[in-house]
Design a protein. Structure first.
Length: 132
């Protein structure tokens, strides 16, 4: 059985290849997905909600969106990943190049929780929601 770090590595690989069904298949049916309150993505439960309310909006707001993990911190059932979000604002053309911290919770070999910390002001600038 792959380690939890390996599972998150596979998830990033699938996401960056555009294989959203594979990413969603790595989640429990009751996954709790938490985005920062100041961004328009919210907190959701379940893979379908993540796809509809997070993934679909992010790619509408950010062209050429990618998630580039750099470092994994193995805490057993909790894996922390440090990396960089990259892309370009769909309406502004501004460059998104900002660090993130992802906290993954895993249960029985699947993702059961996710929380991200990021420079939300920069995201909003890139999306054109605030002046930059």
């Amino acid at each position: 059985m792959p380690s939890n770090v390996d599972l998150t590595r596979d998830l990033y690989d699938a996401f960056n290849k555009g294989d959203v069904p594979a990413v969603l298949g790595m989640m429990t049916q009751d996954i709790k997905w938490e985005e920062p309150e100041t961004l328009p993505y919210g907190t959701h439960v379940g893979p379908e909600a993540v796809a509809d309310k997070v993934f679909s909006l992010v790619v509408q707001h950010i062209d050429e969106f990618s998630v580039e993990p750099d470092e994994w911190i193995d805490g057993g059932d909790t894996v922390v990943v440090l990396g960089t979000y990259r892309g370009r604002g769909a309406t502004t053309g501004k460059v998104l190049d900002t660090p993130f911290v992802h906290v993954w919770r895993l249960t029985g070999g699947k993702i059961s929780g996710f929380r991200t910390s990021v420079d939300t002001h920069r995201w909003l600038e890139v999306m054109g929601a605030v002046a930059g």
